[in-house]
Design a protein around this ligand. Sequence first.
Ligand code: GRF
Length: 212
Amino acid sequence: MKRRTAVLISGRGSNMAALLANAADPAYPAEIALVLSNRPEAPGLELAARAGVPCLVIDHKRFGPDRGAHEAVIDRALRQAGIELVCLAGYMRLLTPFLVQGWAGRMLNIHPSLLPAFPGLNTHARALAAGVKLHGCTVHLVTERIDSGPILAQAAVPVLPGDTETALTNRVLRQEHILYPLTLALVASGLPGRTDPGTALLNPLPPETRAA
Ligand code: GRF
């Protein structure tokens, strides 16, 4: 049985698209059963709709500063859709303990850095400014402290001489699109188990270096 998975987005949705593309494989252990956006204008919604995935907009602006009320509606929608796993993919809202605790161990996020380095925003510019030689992305479980939950998987890329922020962003993003589907597959097939979430570490190779 495929795990019913929701993807929460706020924008472009390229990670969502990568999850959808992988989930199209009949052998993939998760099904993207719902795409939910807090922004009606998120370009990712159109991608999801074109792929025939049920989409829902729950606009946070309708709720003013009441994050709890917004999340209560999201939580209800997830449960009504029979969702088992939630993937945050460029979902740009801070979550309250209500949603985080309600989905503990079942909510994943992708972050564009090798956590615990560079939590928060503007990770690529900060990595360049810090002069790190390795950068990358992390898939982790969501906990109440932002970008701090147990790490499930990471992919590293080199920072090359003369790199621009755009070049580095794109290099990391290519890895995100490999790493997130692999990690969701691991979690959806029960590895790592929900009670022992921190045991898997992936080092996906770029497609061109994989064995045929
Ligand atoms: C990605 O870099 C992801 O790591 C971060 O937000 C960005 C979302 O991009 N959390 P997209 O909407 O998936 O294209």
